[in-house]
Design a binder for this molecule. Structure first.
Ligand SMILES: [Fe+2]
Length: 183
């Protein structure tokens, strides 16, 4: 362990927690810049709303990176948060640089944010095994925000193509508009 810590957890448990926090940190740093890539390069329909949504998601993920790094420090660990370390240790694939229109960018981000959510969820299970309710609570709060952002993103794709709906989704019904009561 890099630094002393008086937190009352066995050293092995703290080492395990720092390792998983560094994986989350690397993945969050990678995701933050992937979402920025989408924010800068999106064009087309709903430009402003998507451009702004992507920035909101990026801000959330940047804050998560800070939380992961500082919890690693609380536990006596060394945060591995340079760009090069993040690129090496991230669980995500590189951004799809062929994405141009809005739906392309949203599809890439849905995939990357869902993978990030899976990394955090797996971390929660490992925190439970290490018997650390504080890190469990941190990751659980972060996962709630990630899944909320995933909903905002994937809702943009609803009905746009087959990949946006699973088998159990209700069919899209285009009802004919009936004139309402006249004003
Ligand atoms: Fe911006």
């Amino acid at each position: 362990m890099k630094f002393p810590s008086h937190i009352n957890l066995p050293r092995e448990a703290r080492e395990e927690l720092v390792e998983l926090l560094n994986t989350c940190l690397a993945t969050a740093i990678d995701l933050h810049w992937q979402v920025k890539q989408a924010h800068w390069n999106i064009r087309g329909r709903d430009f402003i709303s998507r451009h702004e949504l992507f920035d909101t998601v990026a801000d959330h993920v940047r804050k998560h990176a800070d939380d992961f790094a500082e919890r690693a420090g609380n536990l006596g660990g060394y945060a591995q948060g340079t760009i090069r370390l993040a690129a090496k240790n991230s669980e995500l694939e590189e951004y799809d640089l062929s994405a141009v229109n809005g739906d392309d960018h949203v599809r890439v981000l849905v995939d990357r944010v869902a993978n990030y959510a899976s990394v955090v969820r797996a971390g929660i299970q490992r925190c439970d095994e290490a018997d650390d309710p504080v890190t469990t609570d941190l990751l659980t709060r972060i996962l709630g925000e990630v899944e909320q952002d995933l909903w905002f993103l994937e809702s943009h794709l609803y009905g746009s193509d087959a990949t946006a709906r699973d088998e159990s989704s209700p069919p899209i019904i285009h009802e004919e508009r009936t004139p309402g009561p006249s004003a």
